[in-house]
Design a protein around this ligand. Structure first.
Ligand SMILES: [Zn+2]
Length: 252
């Protein structure tokens, strides 16, 4: 768990926004900026768990929305935008609600899907693949979208799960500031836990808007991450999955 000293607890304290002060390092502003850019461009994650403060849910959602609204208004103000303009004046609250209630609602474990498990009455012991699940998440380094697809697969250990719950689990972990590698592992770990099996695979293919709309401005590249456990670590099983995933999707 990482807590950056007093800065996290005193968002209204201007000094808390100063990088040198926050990290306790003796970097000058320029060096600090370079370090921050490097971490962002490397797209590395520091842990599998989303780094959260211990008091993450001490405030209720309504209070968080009020605070984020206030701070986002300040960001717009600093940028020089006229908050009395009819088009802009609702934006701080709109962004605050979007963060808390929509795009980052998966930070709160209370919103985690609680899937019902069923007995595998059909004795279907082959792999089940749910492919082309929509991935819409946010890069935690730049706070812009990562958009793509997830393919998840499992082999039943005796339990099965409703198909839509596979989508819901992907969606839940997407609704956080994310790093694609961490997202992949979080989904895989949750599927293993819920389905009580290690025979789980997750593949994500996604475009990072922080790569396409800024920085190197590469609009064509996408990033593929995967997690293969249990039987999916075996070559034949993995190849079978990859065959299914590479088939064109059904159109109805
Ligand atoms: Zn990014």
């Amino acid at each position: 768990m990482k807590l950056n000293g007093t800065s996290s607890n005193t968002p209204s304290n201007g000094r808390a926004l100063d990088g040198n002060h926050q990290n306790g390092h003796s970097l000058n502003g320029h060096q600090h900026d370079e370090l921050v850019d490097e971490i962002g461009d490397a797209h590395g994650a520091t842990s599998i768990d989303t780094p959260m403060r211990p008091d993450a849910f001490a405030m209720d959602d309504d209070f968080k929305i009020d605070l984020i609204e206030e701070h986002f208004r300040e960001i717009m103000n600093i940028l020089g935008l006229d908050l009395t303009d009819d088009s802009l004046k609702g934006s701080p609250r709109r962004v605050a609600k979007m963060y808390v209630k929509e795009v980052f609602s998966g930070l709160n474990p209370a919103n985690k899907p609680k899937p019902t498990l069923f007995e595998n009455k059909f004795r279907y012991n082959e792999m089940l693949v749910e492919k082309d699940i929509t991935v819409q998440t946010y890069c935690e380094h730049h706070f812009v979208p990562i958009l793509g697809k997830a393919h998840v697969a499992y082999i039943s250990s005796g339990k099965v799960i409703g198909l839509s719950k596979l989508n819901r689990i992907v969606e839940y972990f997407c609704k956080r500031p994310q790093v694609q590698e961490r997202l992949t592992v979080q989904i895989a770990d949750e599927l293993k836990r819920v389905l009580e099996t290690d025979d789980v695979a997750v593949i994500i293919d996604a475009k990072h808007l922080c790569v396409s709309t800024r920085g190197v401005h590469d609009v064509n590249s996408s990033t593929i991450t995967s997690s293969y456990s249990g039987k999916f670590a075996e070559e034949a099983t993995r190849q079978e999955l990859l065959r299914y995933v590479s088939q064109p999707g059904v159109t109805i």
